[in-house]
Each structure stands twice: as C-alpha cells, then as structure tokens.
Design a binder for this molecule. Structure first.
Ligand code: FE2
Length: 187
C-alpha cells in the first residue's frame, strides 16, 4: 500500500462515472486538456450520486473546484505540484482505461522552476501550478490506478496514460478545511 495516495472504494462507481461524464463538454473529447466548467463545484454538488458520495466521505464542504483532465493515448502531464488554494485532490477515472499511471517524485530547490499559469479554456480563469525540472527529480513510485483515489497535491507528481484509449478523469479539489475528513483515509 502506498503512503502517497489512498484508494477510495465506491460501490456504485459506474453510476458515478456516468453521472459526471454526463456533464463533460463533448467538444473536449480527443483534446489533451485540463479545464473546469463554470461554477464547477456547484454543478458537481448538484449531481445527486456524487453529492451523496462526497457527503458520505465527509468532504463535500471542502470541495473547491472540480476539473476534467483529458489524457489521450500516450498523454502525460509534466511533473508538478498544484498550487491553488486546495490541498487534496479526489480523482475519479471516468473511462475504463487499463494503464493510467500516477507517479510520485522527490524534488529539491534545483528542480523547482517556479509557478506557471495558463488560462482555463472554458472559464477563462487562470490555473496555477508548479512544474519541476524533470531531469533532476528523483522518482519514488508509480502505480496503475483504475479506482477513485485521494492524494495530497503538494507532493510532486504526474499522470500518464500508457494505454491506447483516451482517459478522462474528474479531479475534485479539496480545501484544507476538509483535511480532518481526508486524513481519516490515511489512518
Ligand atoms: Fe496535479
């Protein structure tokens, strides 16, 4: 078992996936993109099945934003930490994809190349993150994850889709005010 993320068992995962994919903007299929929709947290919490799951996990009050990440076959994110107000991400793979890897790294000051921002193509708000120089990051561990999981986005990480199918993930960003609930999953 990894100390860097925690798998969350969800009995009705197929229903939850269907519910969230139902609000995925179809013009983003096939595009390597990270974006949120307008009023993303409110929209997400308006979906009854995911709302119930977040309530059960006691993290619905901590939902900051929610983003879609599209990883085409062979697609990957750079190695980074997320640098917005949230501290955790509850990630739900939405497509049945066998080979999506979540990897963690150790990076020191030399690898830290500062903050980067880019414009969310839907909301036009800025998304901030902190990329690292990949040549000097020390690899720690990598796992194929098909189930929902929670992890601390302050730990240097990246995602890679090594399959030949598109992977779409819902990234539910959790504020530190729900930390007490999130920490339960590490006990
Ligand atoms: Fe991230």
């Amino acid at each position: 078992m990894s100390e860097f993320y925690k798998i969350i068992q969800v009995d009705n995962i197929k229903e939850i996936q269907e519910e969230i994919i139902g609000i995925f903007p179809s013009n983003f299929y096939g595009k390597a993109e990270l974006f949120s929709i307008d009023n993303s947290a409110k929209v997400l919490l308006g979906l009854p099945k995911i709302k119930k799951l977040l309530d059960t996990l006691d993290i619905s009050k901590g939902v900051d934003t929610f983003e879609f990440l599209v990883l085409p076959p062979g697609g990957r994110t750079g190695i980074h930490t997320d640098s917005d107000d949230f501290k955790y991400s509850f990630n739900i793979p939405l497509t049945d994809c066998d080979d999506t890897y979540l990897s963690f790294y150790k990076a020191d000051n030399i690898a830290d190349i500062g903050y980067v921002s880019y414009e969310n193509p839907v909301t036009k708000e800025m998304i901030y993150y902190k990329p690292y120089n990949e040549d000097v990051c020390e690899f720690i561990e990598s796992s194929i994850i098909k189930e929902p999981y929670i992890f601390n986005t302050d730990i240097v990480h990246n995602l890679e889709n090594k399959s030949n199918k598109e992977q779409i993930l819902a990234l539910i960003r959790i504020y530190p005010n729900a930390e007490h609930a999130v920490k339960k999953y590490w006990l």
